[in-house]
Design a protein around this ligand. Structure first.
Ligand SMILES: Nc1ncnc2c1ncn2[C@@H]1O[C@H](COP(=O)(O)OP(=O)(O)OP(=O)(O)O)[C@@H](O)[C@H]1O
Ligand SMILES: Cc1ncc(CO)c(N)n1
Length: 257
């Protein structure tokens, strides 16, 4: 038996609901072999982030080298990159190894409001990662910060997506998890736009939804599905994971991977 190998470059969440832990659970559940390069370690639970330690750039670099020189990585995703140096390294490694698929989840702040990427690093994401990704998956607040466009409705969503595609992103998935009404995501790609709609599940605050969705997209791309079916299948996976979410601590619910 063989399995496709995928890689997540992200931060560790000691609470197990988001970050590397959510990514690896998603990979396992969707049948790909998950590998990881850890950029930062957070002391975190379902309520908040208590402490963060970023790992040295050289060490992030050698984790990616260790994996990529040994295995055939069919898709990569990024999550929390923490600082400018890590963003720069990931950009360099994407060029060096020419991974077939790159999914960028531009993690800026945690659900709890804690900052997971510095302001300077944000500029480097725009300059170096946006142009190299096959898909970027911002939520509404991240879309506003990345583009400077205040989102008040669909026209603004479209304008922001066009701006990111104009900067070189292959496709853009703008997630509506933070909106009201149905949970609608918009996928902008080279042939137009697809609206992905799911009933909003009224379970209250959730932890790890963004990480899990981007990991699922990465897993499906790594298995050979086309972009649109990967996003569509990932949306179905996250909806089910939210429906079956449960309580493990005093804060947000966690997903059933
Ligand atoms: N209550 C909900 N019911 C159904 N789908 C949801 C709900 N909340 C989020 N989603 C879906 O989950 C996916 C992730 O979206 P979300 O906007 O929550 O990402 P995120 O803000 O990056 O996540 P995180 O809060 O982990 O940083 C999207 O497909 C979104 O539509
Ligand atoms: C490590 C980590 N990555 C991403 C998120 C965003 O949900 C988080 N809370 N923690």
């Amino acid at each position: 038996m063989s399995k496709e190998v995928v890689l997540t470059v992200a931060g560790s969440d000691s609470g197990g609901g988001a970050g590397i832990q959510a990514d690896l659970k998603t990979f396992q559940s969707l049948g790909v072999f998950g590998t990881s390069a850890i950029t930062a370690v957070t002391a975190q639970n379902t309520s908040r982030v208590m402490d963060v330690k970023s790992l040295e750039g050289d060490f992030v670099s050698s984790q990616i080298d260790a994996v990529a020189n040994d295995m055939n990585i069919t898709a990569l995703k990024t999550g929390m990159l923490a600082n400018e140096e890590n963003v720069h390294i990931v950009s360099k490694k994407i060029t060096q190894y020419n991974f077939s698929w790159c999914v960028i989840d531009p993690v800026l702040v945690a659900t709890s409001g804690d900052v997971l990427l510095t302001q300077r690093a944000l500029e480097t994401v725009k300059e170096q990662l946006v142009p190299k990704c096959d898909i970027i998956t911002p939520n509404l607040p991240e879309t506003e910060i990345l583009t400077g466009i205040k989102i008040n409705g669909y026209n603004d969503i479209e304008k922001a997506a066009m701006m990111l595609r104009g900067q070189g992103a292959g496709s853009v998935l703008i997630k509506g998890g933070h909106g009201k009404g149905e949970a609608v995501d918009y996928l902008f790609y080279d042939q137009g736009m697809i609206k992905l709609t799911a009933t909003r599940i009224g379970v209250g605050s959730l932890h790890g939804t963004g990480c899990t969705l981007s990991a699922a997209i990465c897993a499906y791309l790594g298995q050979g599905y086309e972009l649109i079916s990967s996003v569509d299948k990932a949306k179905k996976y996250i909806t089910k994971a939210i429906k079956n979410s449960f309580v493990v601590g005093e804060g947000s619910r966690v997903l059933s991977h």
